[in-house]
Design a protein around this ligand. Structure first.
Ligand code: G
Ligand code: G
Ligand code: MN
Ligand code: NA
Length: 256
C-alpha cells in the first residue's frame, strides 16, 4: 500500500527514468539495439530497480502499471526518434509484461503514441514480452501482437528458455527475436547442459526464422563461446552496462 503510493508519487514527480543497455553484434562490434530499463532514482540519489516494485504494482494496481507502461513507451519512442534523427541506426527494445500487453488499452495507446511520432520508422521499436506465463490465452495474445505488428512494431520473447511455454510461444506467436535467459549463459563454456540449451535455442530459432540475443554476457570467454555456437547478438555487463541516454549517445558516437 505504502509502496504503491510512493510509486504513484514518484511517477508524477519525474523520479522515473529509462536507462539503455546496448545489444552488440559480434564480431563486428556494432550496437544494433538498446534495451530500455526502467530506473527509479529517488531524490536522495538512491536507485530502486524495477524488480523491487513492478511485480507489486502489477498485482495490486493495474491502472498504475498502465501509467508506468505508458511513460516507458513514450520516453523510449521519443528517444528512438532522437537517435534516428541523429543518424544512428539502432532499434530500441521496451519491456512489456504479458499482462500489460493484454490490457484493453494497450493497442490504442501504442497506435496513438506512434501517430504522434510519424517520422520514426516503426521497425525501430521492439517490444520485449516478459512474464510470459501470464500469456495463457495464446489466441488473444496473438491477435493483439498481430495488430501491433500491423503498425510496424516488432516483438521479442524475453527470458527465453525459462518458464513453461516458451517453445509454444515461439510456435504460436508472431515473434521476431528471442532472448536467451542469462541463466543459460552464466555457465558457458564449461557447463554442458547450458551449452546444449543454447544450441537447441539457436537451432529452433533458425527453423522459425527469428534472431537470437544472448543475455547476461559478462566475460570475453562467454562471448567467444556464444560466437563459436553461432550466436552473434549479445547483451551484458561484459559489453556494456545500462546507461542514461546521453551516455549511450556518446558510446554510439565513439563507435562510429
Ligand atoms: O533492472 P532490473 O534488473 O531490476 O530488471 C528486472 C526486471 O524488470 C527485468 O526482468 C525487466 O524485464 C523488468 N523491467 C525493466 N524495465 C521495465 C519496464 O519498463 N517495464 C516492465 N514491464 N518491466 C521492466
Ligand atoms: O529480464 P530482463 O532480461 O529484462 O532483465 C534485464 C536486467 O538484467 C536489467 O536489470 C539489467 O540491469 C540486468 N543485466 C544486464 N546485463 C547483465 C549481466 O551481464 N549480468 C547480470 N547478472 N544482469 C544483467
Ligand atoms: Mn527485457
Ligand atoms: Na531481457
Amino acid at each position: 500500500e505504502r509502496l504503491l503510493n510512493e510509486v504513484a508519487q514518484a511517477l508524477g514527480s519525474g523520479e522515473f527514468v529509462l536507462h539503455y543497455q546496448p545489444i552488440v553484434d559480434l564480431p563486428s562490434g556494432r550496437t544494433v539495439a538498446v534495451e530500455a530499463l526502467l530506473r527509479w532514482i529517488r531524490p536522495d540519489g538512491s536507485l530502486r530497480l524495477p524488480s523491487a516494485f513492478i511485480p507489486e504494482v502489477e498485482r495490486h494496481n493495474p491502472r498504475l502499471m498502465q501509467d508506468i507502461g505508458r511513460f516507458v513507451l513514450e520516453s523510449a519512442v521519443r528517444q528512438a526518434e532522437t537517435w534516428f534523427r541523429a543518424g544512428f541506426s539502432l532499434t530500441v527494445a521496451v519491456n512489456v509484461s504479458a499482462r500489460e500487453l493484454l490490457e484493453e488499452g494497450f493497442l490504442p495507446t501504442l497506435a496513438e503514441l506512434l501517430g504522434r511520432h510519424p517520422d520514426l520508422p516503426r521497425e525501430r521499436l521492439m517490444l520485449e514480452i516478459t512474464e510470459t506465463a501470464a500469456l495463457e490465452k495464446l489466441a488473444h495474445a496473438r491477435s493483439i501482437m498481430n495488430a501491433c505488428r500491423g503498425l510496424g512494431v516488432r516483438f521479442a520473447i524475453d527470458d527465453f528458455g525459462t518458464g513453461y511455454a516458451s517453445l509454444t510461444n515461439l510456435r504460436e506467436l508472431p515473434v521476431d527475436r528471442v532472448k536467451i535467459d542469462r541463466s543459460f549463459v552464466a555457465g558457458l563454456p564449461a557447463a554442458q547442459g547450458d551449452r546444449a540449451v543454447v544450441q537447441a535455442i539457436l537451432r529452433v530459432a533458425q527453423v522459425f526464422g527469428v534472431d537470437v540475443v544472448a543475455e547476461g554476457v559478462e566475460t570475453p570467454t562467454q562471448a567467444r563461446a556464444l560466437q563459436a555456437l553461432g550466436c552473434r547478438l549479445m547483451q551484458g555487463y561484459g559489453l556494456a552496462h545500462p546507461l542514461p541516454a546521453a551516455q549511450i549517445t556518446d558510446w554510439l558516437r565513439d563507435a562510429k
